[in-house]
Design a protein around this ligand. Structure first.
Ligand SMILES: Nc1ncnc2c1ncn2[C@@H]1O[C@H](COP(=O)(O)OP(=O)(O)O)[C@@H](O)[C@H]1O
Ligand SMILES: [Mg+2]
Length: 213
């Protein structure tokens, strides 16, 4: 568990235009914890994950990863190296990359390719990402993320990683993610996935609260 990342979010506000979509979120996650984020569509879950990665601007508050409050471009690059990222497929999103190019962006491309083969998406290496089914794309993102963890990433951020999978695929991916010896923050509507996590956070209208089970 030595490589796991600590995450401290305090008074975080992110906006689209003048609308706060993440609204005063506080969250402390210890190294190695697995935390699920649940909540209705539009509640700010994706924006929160993107802000941790530096892909959405922080309006107020701060996000500290491994005691580093990223400020310079170099800080943000270093932070992204610590994170394995499974994005949510956006309905409008286009991915011009080819599968093998995405796998090459993993911290350990060899492991990423091996896992892609195990997940039966290895033969799609020369396809553009937008020509994959939702389930194939999620397997490719999982392969990249597991390669990054093998290469030293200490935090997995996964945005609805099983949403496009059939039941068997959902259970298999939930098991694989639960087995990771790193810090995990996973957005999910999948009860099995949430039940593998030690904590559940519910977001509503940009606010986050701990759900006690
Ligand atoms: N590109 C955008 N432009 C303007 N508003 C957006 C954009 N993307 C998301 N939003 C709004 O931000 C809010 C939070 O979105 P998001 O973080 O994607 O929610 P979730 O992942 O919980 O479904 C929603 O109200 C959504 O409509
Ligand atoms: Mg989302």
């Amino acid at each position: 568990m030595t490589n796991s990342t600590a995450l401290h979010i305090s008074n975080l506000v992110c906006r689209f235009g003048s609308t706060p979509v993440v609204d005063d979120v506080n969250l402390a996650i210890a190294p190695g914890e697995h935390v699920a984020i649940v909540g209705s569509n539009g509640s700010g879950k994706t924006t929160l994950l993107r802000a941790i990665l530096g892909l959405h601007p922080i309006y107020a508050g701060q996000i500290v990863v491994d005691h580093v409050h990223a400020q310079s471009a170099a800080d943000w690059r270093q932070r992204q190296q610590r994170i394995a990222w499974m994005p949510q497929r956006q309905a409008t999103g286009q991915f011009p990359l080819l599968v093998h190019e995405l796998l090459a962006s993993s911290r350990n491309p060899t492991v990423a390719h091996d896992i892609a083969s195990q997940l039966e998406v290895g033969m799609l290496a020369d396809r553009p990402l937008h020509a994959l089914s939702g389930g194939q794309l999620q397997r490719v993102f999982l392969a990249r993320a597991l390669g990054s963890i093998a290469g030293g990433a200490g935090l997995l951020l996964a945005d609805e990683p099983t949403a496009a999978l059939d039941f068997g695929g959902q259970a298999a991916v939930a098991t694989v993610i639960a087995a990771q010896q790193v810090t995990v923050l996973v957005v999910t509507h999948d009860r099995t996935m949430a039940s593998h996590c030690g904590r559940v956070i519910e977001m509503a209208n940009g606010r986050a609260r701990e759900v006690t089970s």
